[in-house]
Ligand binder design. Structure first.
Ligand SMILES: [Zn+2]
Ligand SMILES: [Zn+2]
Length: 411
């Protein structure tokens, strides 16, 4: 180590302007080789360090964490170093060639990829080290990766195909407790990019504009994403060309008994392909019922369906339009978002009339907060309503002043 350090110190001390211009390229090339050699030794030692566990004595939780802490180059380079060291432990001739500068870190990275992707080829790769070193010496890392794949395929086509398969793309959406849906999956790059772009665009529309009350500002991006997704879905749903399920528009159906709707006690059932299947809370059902189409189902004493009534909108479209025009944006304290749903200040099954003074335009997020988040809203929607947080803080929300262009012309 001392010899290396003193040589490097000498190098740092020399006046680089004294290097004759004729040999600059050659010096660069020789230094590059030297830095490969240093890299190879570093990786091999980092692997030994990871193996012997001495990092533990300093309180680090892994060798990578220790190297990151002391090295100061961040997580990526530290992890890469240890992984490269590990693969050259399995391929010692390759490790030796690296320390001699015959191949570089880029080549080892490609080898690491092959090593991880084709586990069944490990014995073949160990046996083919001489060939691999020759390939690496002739090719830059990118082409070397191509040659390496070809070599792997020659060594064992079946094992290669098993490792080279594209990851299986999937999108799972499963209903869990309370009808919440867990979404998880892996999207191909193009679909994924489109999804992220749409989500981001929708999320930006929801960005607080500075007038939002601080208490509402603390939501994380991931939670605003939920609201953004709701916006995307409702926009998609309102498109005429949207696909249908068994001839019907994909809308949410909930079955709930009248008593639950009135009292808020009990539960409702979310339908799946026409069958009430997933239990949901009464509050969830009441939120949907605020601004929905209701179809009464009449059951006999045994619970069999006896008759059903005519579906009708809880809020007639003309009334809904009036509320949206009057409120212009969500009426929740400080929110400027678009109105997604119209809320009954006093719930209709509690005797709240479907009249403009009892109807309030809210965005999806705030409608959710009012029904399921413990917030309270009361007052005359045509004038001022009071929104109270679960902690008892409250805001007054007045009807927005009419826009100038909506005022009648005075002749
Ligand atoms: Zn409501
Ligand atoms: Zn809102």
């Amino acid at each position: 180590m001392e010899a290396v350090e003193s040589a490097l110190a000498d190098l740092a001390d020399i006046d680089l302007s004294e290097v004759s211009s004729g040999s600059l390229g050659e010096v660069c090339e020789r230094l590059q080789r030297a830095s490969r050699q240093l890299g190879g030794s570093r990786a091999a030692l980092a692997d030994r360090f990871a193996q012997d566990g001495s990092w533990w004595a300093d309180g680090a939780k892994s060798a990578v964490a220790w190297l990151r802490w002391k090295g100061g180059d961040g997580y990526g380079p530290a992890a890469s170093l240890v992984e490269s060291g590990e693969v050259t432990r399995h391929l010692p001739e390759v490790g030796q060639a690296w320390r001699e500068g015959r191949l570089g870190e880029g080549h080892v990275r490609a080898l690491r990829r092959a090593w991880q992707r084709f586990p069944r080829l490990h014995p073949h790769l160990v046996a083919a080290q001489g060939k691999i070193i020759d390939l690496a010496a002739e090719q830059e890392p990118k082409r070397f990766w191509g040659c390496l794949q070809r070599l792997c395929r020659q060594l064992d086509p079946e094992a290669y195909d098993a490792g080279a398969k594209e990851p299986e793309f999937s999108l799972h959406a499963s209903t869990v407790l309370d009808g919440h849906v867990r979404v998880d999956g892996l999207l191909p790059a193009d679909v994924g990019a489109q999804f992220i772009a749409m989500l981001e665009a929708a999320r930006r529309q929801l960005q607080p504009d500075g007038t939002t009350t601080p208490e509402l500002d603390v939501r994380r991006t991931s939670s605003r994403n939920v609201e953004a997704l709701q916006r995307i879905l409702s926009a998609a749903e309102s498109q005429g060309e949207f696909p249908t399920v068994a001839g019907a528009r994909p809308i949410v159906h909930v079955t709930v008994d009248a008593e639950t709707l009135a009292t808020g006690a009990g539960m409702g059932w979310l339908e799946r392909f026409g069958v009430p299947e997933t239990p949901v809370s009464a509050e969830f059902a009441r939120r949907l019922a605020c601004d929905a189409t209701l179809r009464p189902l009449i059951l006999d004493a045994e619970g069999n369906l006896a008759a059903f009534g005519t579906a009708s909108r809880v809020i007639p479209s003309s009334m809904r339009r009036y509320v949206v025009t009057r409120d212009r944006h969500c009426r929740f304290g400080g929110c400027q978002s678009r109105i997604d749903e119209v809320h009954h200040v006093v719930f209709f099954s509690n005797g709240g009339p479907t009249r403009s003074d009892n109807l309030l335009g809210l965005c999806w997020h705030h409608h959710h907060l009012v029904h399921e988040g413990g917030w309270k809203v009361r007052g005359n929607a045509n004038d001022a309503v009071e929104c109270t947080s679960p902690k008892g803080k409250s805001w007054i929300s007045r009807v927005p002043k009419p826009q100038a262009r909506l005022l009648p012309l005075v002749l």
